[in-house]
Design a protein around this ligand. Structure first.
Ligand SMILES: NC(=O)C1=CN([C@@H]2O[C@H](COP(=O)(O)OP(=O)(O)OC[C@H]3O[C@@H](n4cnc5c(N)ncnc54)[C@H](O)[C@@H]3O)[C@@H](O)[C@H]2O)[C@@H](O)CC1
Ligand SMILES: [K+]
Length: 521
């Protein structure tokens, strides 16, 4: 059941930490792959990548060569570009430590490549290649070197390319070892993507991230124990949406219930409903505050209104009155939270209905805040014996799980998913979806996140989409969760800057319709 079907286990998608990368390399070497050959392969693949970007090379290239094998890669790149007729010079800011790197460097000077004795000028127009430290750097780097690089980064006439990892950036945490790291226009990750590169905290340093394939065998990748997948919009093409038979009864096309909105935040309910409708679910029903209930038929006549929620004196929704009258077992999924506001007494009375609900429970926003403030806290998730997905952003996450510590959002999501046996969407610049075994790291989606109301739309979309998938497979995994989040983000990316969540909801409907049409034809 837990087999990976999306995306695929290959070197483009798998994310590893620095130790896992070392293990994979060591295994390749002990199987007989010569270390020299792998370095040659990495350097040549990068040179090919560079040769396709001739404008970057036209003013010459300066390669910064470090003491280890990151420097060795740099030396191979320098040689290849020099042999192609480009002006190439190298600078070694530290004494060379590894033989292979030293050999490459000696050969470079013998063929006529200039080895600088002083640091290069950051105001020049040449391309700088940072091959100082890579996957095995573990500590802070000389400040002067980083300053020089960052002076170059701000020089708008030229670019900086980091090989494997920007120097000074922790390959695992995605943060500078101290306060500074090289800022690159491009980072070329060799072999596999390192976990630090895909963290939100690495965004100011990595520039455009590209993967350089050096042919790591699939048999090695399958053995990597903690599977983390990098997913981008390119992976949308491998998402198959279930095609619902046209003549099937609407109750068999996904039944979802949304509990959303309050007198204080009516708009959240409207957006969540819009998200659910855009999924194409057959039966979308809702528990709404009176202000929304009165008008919803005009904008979304297909919604079945289950009940009306009262509000407390502060305008926050009271769930209890409605929950005690509804048979939740009639729904494949139930989403609770967008815009409901906080009411601790009400949550205390209502929570048992949600604990006992046997379908997929999706908790967002104020439902999560109500849990954080309740006596039970996150143990709510342990008491619930059925599938639960939650969608916190960083602050909500920390309130919910104050005892979970990890240096990356990815680690936080994975640890909480494991400890509490839930599916988690950790919202960030590039969001993360995790269950107890696997993680999907969205990447390249960072400009689509911070828009008001998008989260409400997403909750509804997840509720509707999961209800449909649940009619096909009762035990859907977090892989589906990750797909919904990627689809939603893609719809947002298709809308012009500044467009509101409602317009993004329309785009999402269009996207889902088109995708289904294309699958049918
Ligand atoms: N292992 C291999 O054979 C391959 C390695 N490749 C390249 O090799 C890199 C890893 O090479 P290395 O293991 O040599 O490690 P690095 O090149 O990342 O350098 C780390 C070494 O530099 C020293 N060092 C670390 N931080 C320092 C600091 N702040 N100041 C001064 N010295 C410091 C340490 O002694 C450490 O051994 C990868 O990033 C990749 O670019 C690729 O060529 C593919 C093949
Ligand atoms: K580097």
């Amino acid at each position: 059941m837990n087999e990976i079907v999306w995306p695929t286990i290959d070197s483009k998608h798998l994310i590893v930490d620095s130790k896992q990368m070392l293990i994979v390399e060591k295994e390749m070497f002990s199987d007989g792959m010569p270390q020299e050959a792998l370095m040659e392969k990495a350097g040549i693949q990068i040179s090919r990548w560079l040769l396709k970007k001739k404008p970057l090379l036209k003013n010459g290239i300066t390669v910064f060569i470090g003491p280890g094998h990151n420097g060795g890669d740099g030396a191979v790149i320098a040689r290849e570009l020099f042999l192609k007729g480009f002006y190439v010079q190298v600078w070694c800011p530290f004494p060379i430590k590894k033989t292979l790197t030293n050999d490459h460097l000696n050969y470079l000077t013998s063929i006529g490549v200039t080895k600088l004795v002083e640091p290069p000028d950051a105001n020049g127009k040449d391309l700088w290649i940072d091959a100082v430290f890579g996957n095995n750097q573990t500590r802070k780097v000389d400040d002067r070197l980083i300053k020089l690089f960052n002076q170059k980064f701000h020089n708008k006439y030229s670019k900086v390319i980091s090989i494997d990892i920007p120097t000074g950036l922790c390959p695992d945490k995605g943060q500078p070892f101290l306060d500074k790291a090289v800022k690159a226009d491009y980072t070329l990750a060799i072999g596999l993507n390192k976990i630090g590169l895909t963290q939100d905290s690495a965004l100011p340093f990595i520039g455009e991230l590209h993967h350089i394939d050096v042919g790591v065998p699939i048999s090695k990748l399958s053995k990597v124990d903690k599977k983390i997948f990098k997913v981008t919009y390119k992976d949308l093409k491998n998402i198959d949406l279930p095609s619902l038979p046209k003549n099937s009864n609407k109750y068999k096309r996904g039944r979802t219930l949304l509990i959303a909105g309050s007198e204080k935040y009516p708009g959240a309910a409207y957006l969540a409903l819009k998200g659910a409708i855009s999924s194409g679910a057959g039966y979308v029903s809702a528990v709404l505050p009176e202000v929304v209930a009165e008008s919803i038929w005009q904008v979304a006549p297909e919604i079945v209104l289950k009940d009306i929620m009262q509000s407390n004196q502060n305008g926050n929704a009271s769930l209890f009155g409605a929950l005690k009258n509804i048979d939740l077992s009639a729904f494949d999924s139930v989403a609770v939270g967008p815009g409901i506001g906080i009411d601790n007494d009400d949550w205390q009375k209502s929570k048992d209905y949600l604990l006992d609900y046997g379908g997929l429970l999706i908790l967002d926003a104020d439902a999560l805040n109500r849990i954080s403030e309740s006596k039970l806290g996150a143990n709510f998730f342990l008491e619930r014996k059925f599938k639960t997905w939650i969608t916190p952003h960083s602050k909500e996450f920390r309130r919910l799980f104050p005892n979970i510590n990890s240096s990356t959002n990815l680690g936080l999501a994975l640890d909480a998913a494991k400890e509490f046996n839930i599916g988690i969407l950790f919202k960030g610049a590039n969001s993360i979806v995790a269950d107890s075994k696997k993680v999907w790291q969205l990447f390249g989606t960072d400009s689509q996140t911070a828009r008001a109301g998008l989260g409400d739309l997403l909750s509804g979309f997840i509720a509707g989409s999961s209800a449909i998938d649940l009619t096909f497979c009762r035990n859907i995994t977090a892989e589906y969760f990750a797909k919904y989040v990627l689809l939603h983000s893609f719809a947002a990316s298709k809308c012009k800057k500044g467009s509101n969540a409602s317009a993004i909801g329309d785009e999402l409907s269009k996207l889902m319709r088109n995708k289904k049409m294309r699958q049918i034809s």
